[in-house]
Design a protein around this ligand. Structure first.
Ligand code: NAD
Length: 273
């Protein structure tokens, strides 16, 4: 590990994303894996992280307790589950650690706790760390502003059959981007399910549709349907490394930031605030 490397811990190291994150930290100059954590009972506990990443030995063994490795890292990347993420923030309270959160599926109350933690910790939190989705969110805002209320907006997404939350955090982020651009509150205008005699579509609503199947990594389409034409903006992820590389870029960026809540637009220098 070079002296200037940002020392990075991966929480949820054995997960689908954790394994990719270990590989992505290893391939980027200026970052090094210095700790890895997963849940007690996992087969990887006590073993070198290379058994998870498939890469070269790091001489870093995966542990089952964050508290045991707290001195070993500058920045932690967490792709786990909401309760695990909030426990991590509690453990890091009062430290000078930096945090990158990729976990999705938080309730409104959990999101408030996450925001409160960012008053004393630098936190990057994004529902999707791909560069393509970050650009897509900007395109969606521009399209919504130009098309206005005459176009019905529907958001559809598809993910693998292991995914536990719906709609995806990315679909919700897309909904918020469109709603904000149109001056609407997503909580008031979202329609998450339709069944039976639903009646005609209410104007100014934003509909969501969810597919869970096979090994789909993440597809999202936003449809703007007007009279006589339709516009669709689609993003398809074909490799989890796209999220992992974005999250590692965020970890490198946040290592020199003060406390606050950031997203990928800040990391990429696209933020307007
Ligand atoms: P996964 O179930 O494969 O991995 C989660 C890992 O967390 C598992 O290895 C599990 O054992 C571990 N874990 C559970 N309890 C733990 C604890 N107490 N301490 C440490 N580790 C613990 O899930 P996944 O597909 O890798 O996704 C994880 C999260 O990341 C989900 O919320 C998913 O929606 C989200 N995700 C976000 C992005 C993004 O770009 N933001 C991309 C993909 C997935």
């Amino acid at each position: 590990m070079s002296e200037k490397s940002v020392k990075i811990a991966i929480n949820g190291a054995a997960g689908r994303m954790g394994r990719q994150l270990l590989a992505a930290v290893g391939e980027r100059d200026g970052t090094a894996v210095s700790a890895a954590i997963d849940a007690p009972g996992q087969a990887c506990i006590g073993l070198d992280t290379s058994v998870l990443s498939g890469g070269e030995a790091t001489n870093v063994n995966t542990v089952d307790s964050l508290a045991n490795v707290i001195e070993h890292f500058d920045t932690i990347i967490d792709f786990t589950a909401p309760a695990v993420t909030l426990a991590l923030l509690e453990t890091l309270r009062g430290t000078n650690k930096k945090v990158v959160i990729g976990t999705t599926g938080f309730t409104a109350v959990q999101l408030e706790a996450l925001s409160a933690a960012a008053e004393s910790l630098p936190i990057v939190f994004a529902a999707n760390y791909s560069i393509g989705v970050t650009v897509t969110l900007a395109l969606l805002r521009d399209a919504a502003k130009a098309l206005g209320d005459d176009y019905d907006v529907e958001i559809s997404e598809a993910h693998h059959h292991h995914k536990v939350d719906a709609p995806s955090g990315t679909a919700l982020a897309m909904g918020h981007a469109v709603a904000d651009a149109l001056g609407r509150d997503l909580d008031q205008c979202a329609v998450y399910a339709r069944e039976g005699i639903t009646g005609a579509r209410k104007s100014k609503t934003i509909g969501f549709a969810t597919v869970r199947a096979g090994d789909i990594i993440g597809d999202h389409t936003v449809l703007y349907a007007g009279n006589g034409e339709r516009l669709e903006i689609t993003h398809k992820a074909t490799d989890r490394m796209t999220f992992a590389r974005g999250a590692v870029r965020a970890a490198h960026w946040v290592s020199s930031q003060p406390a606050g809540l950031y997203d990928m637009t800040h990391v990429l220098g696209l933020a307007k605030d």
